[in-house]
Design a protein around this ligand. Sequence first.
Ligand SMILES: C[S@@+](CC[C@H](N)C(=O)[O-])C[C@H]1O[C@@H](n2cnc3c(N)ncnc32)[C@H](O)[C@@H]1O
Length: 206
Amino acid sequence: MKINTNAWNKIRYSIYAPIYPFLIKVVAERTRAKSFELLAARADEKILVVGGGTGADFPFLKNLKNVTAVDLTPDMVERMKLQREKLDANIEVLEMDGQQLQFPNETFDCVILHFIVAVIPDAEKCLCEAARVLKPGGRVVVADKFLLTGEKAGWLRKLIEPIATLLFTTVNRNLSDLAAAANLKIKTVTAAPNANKLLRVALLEK
Ligand SMILES: C[S@@+](CC[C@H](N)C(=O)[O-])C[C@H]1O[C@@H](n2cnc3c(N)ncnc32)[C@H](O)[C@@H]1O
């Protein structure tokens, strides 16, 4: 039986929604900052955030002119809208599956995938959709717990994978394989600050 499904994600993220902003701030604030540093988005670029959660990315995006954020879980979408109001940010927020984006080809300059590649049921579809909606030369940033070519999941990753996947996140997806399937080039990978090699940030290009 497949445990990582959209239906389960909707249930668990509705439960996590009230505490999620506090948890993610503690665990990932510096990783997020590193990712935005790598992306170096310009004010006039068209940006898409996939699996935007509670809008933790919004403080980094509020001064950009053209930002859209989507999430599968209605509770998360509502929290993104509240965050948008709190920051008085001009960000479009939509309920949408990151595996089936409702945008035409080559719409965006940048796609932000923060802590979604390890969570979404079909990560390959997610990367392929990101690539499809990106303009040629467009960039993707991925912040997550991923492996790269030549790396194998160690015993600890293998041991915790089933329970981690059920409750929080997968820990052994391979970003090199996913990027290759989506025809995206990995330009830079960096370890997230203070994350003990589990979290990484990658910049990809179409
Ligand atoms: C770990 S949270 C990351 C939230 C946010 N990106 C951040 O950095 O804080 C994962 C988010 O992905 C959303 N999600 C799960 N499956 C999804 C899907 N198929 N399409 C879009 N969003 C999805 C969840 O609702 C949740 O908000």
